[in-house]
Write a protein that binds this ligand. Structure first.
Ligand SMILES: *Cc1c(COP(=O)(O)O)cnc(C)c1O
Length: 229
C-alpha cells in the first residue's frame, strides 16, 4: 500500500469512528481530498485507491492538473478564494465551487457555466469567525445571499462552507461549526433544501462531524505537509 492510500484509509476510519461516536450515518459524510500544491501523480494515486472527489485552491494549477488527469470519473471542487476575472475557467472546469461569497461572483459563474454541463454546484462560504482578512460572507447576510444564488439558472445551491479561525480543544472547535449548522438550518427553514454542510479539515474533522458536517475537506492528513509550489 502506498503512503497516500494508507493515509486515505486512516482518514476514512476517522470519519467512520467520529460518525459512530456522534450518532451520524457515515454514508452521510463525504470526503473531499484537498490536493492543492500536490502534483497530478499524487491525485492519480489517491484515485487508484478509490477517492473520486478532489479540492483545489488555485485556478491555473487546478486546470493544468484536471487536463493532465483527463479522468471523467473524477469530481473537481474549487475551494479557494475566487476573483471575478477567474470565474470563466472555474465555471468550465469544475463541478463544484465551495467559496462563493458574493453575488457578483455567483452571477458570473451562472452566466459562464457552459450549457453542455449540468448546473454548477455551489456552497456559499461564510466568514463564521468574523476575521477581518478572511473570505466569506458575513453570517448576517448569508440567508439573503443564499436565496439570490438559489435563483441563478446556471447554479445549484448546495449549502454552506466555512474555514473557522484555528482553535485548540474540541469544544472551541465545535462552536463555529455549530453556528454554521444553525445558519444551514435557517436555509432549510427558508425552503432552499440545501444538502451540503462543508466543514472540517485535517485537524478538526471530528468536531465538524459532531456538529453535522456532510462533507469534510482534508489535505494534509492524506497527502502530507504542503510546501509552497
Ligand atoms: C487547504 C484547505 C483545506 C485542507 O486543509 P488541511 O488542513 O490540509 O486538511 C480545506 N479547506 C480549504 C478551504 C483549504 O484551503
Amino acid at each position: 500500500m502506498t503512503t497516500i492510500s494508507a493515509n486515505l484509509q486512516a482518514v476514512l476510519a476517522r470519519i467512520q469512528a467520529a460518525a459512530r461516536r456522534y450518532g451520524r450515518d457515515p454514508r452521510d459524510i463525504a470526503l473531499l481530498a484537498v490536493s492543492k500544491n500536490w502534483p497530478a501523480g499524487c491525485v492519480r494515486e489517491a484515485a487508484l485507491a478509490g477517492q473520486r472527489a478532489f479540492g483545489e485552491n488555485y485556478v491555473r494549477e487546478a486546470v493544468d492538473k484536471i487536463g493532465a488527469l483527463a479522468d471523467p470519473g473524477l469530481e473537481w471542487h474549487f475551494i479557494g478564494p475566487l476573483q471575478s476575472n477567474k470565474t470563466r475557467l472555474v465555471a468550465a472546469n469544475f463541478g463544484w465551487v465551495h467559496s462563493v461569497d458574493r453575488l457578483k461572483v455567483a452571477q458570473r459563474l451562472s452566466e459562464q457555466r457552459p450549457h453542455s454541463l449540468p448546473p454548477l454546484s455551489v456552497c456559499l462560504q461564510v466568514n463564521i469567525s468574523g476575521e477581518a482578512a478572511k473570505s466569506g460572507a458575513a453570517p448576517g447576510e448569508t440567508r439573503a445571499l443564499a436565496s439570490h444564488i438559489a435563483r441563478l439558472p446556471g447554479l445549484r445551491l448546495r449549502g454552506l462552507m466555512a474555514v473557522p479561525a484555528p482553535a485548540d480543544g474540541f469544544d472551541a472547535q465545535c462552536r463555529p461549526f455549530r453556528q454554521l449548522r444553525e445558519l444551514y438550518d435557517g436555509l432549510r427553514a427558508d425552503g432552499l433544501a440545501p444538502d451540503t454542510l462543508s466543514m472540517g479539515m485535517s485537524h478538526d474533522l471530528e468536531a465538524a462531524i459532531a456538529e453535522g458536517a456532510t462533507m469534510v475537506r482534508v489535505g494534509t492528513a492524506i497527502f502530507g505537509e504542503r510546501t509552497p509550489l
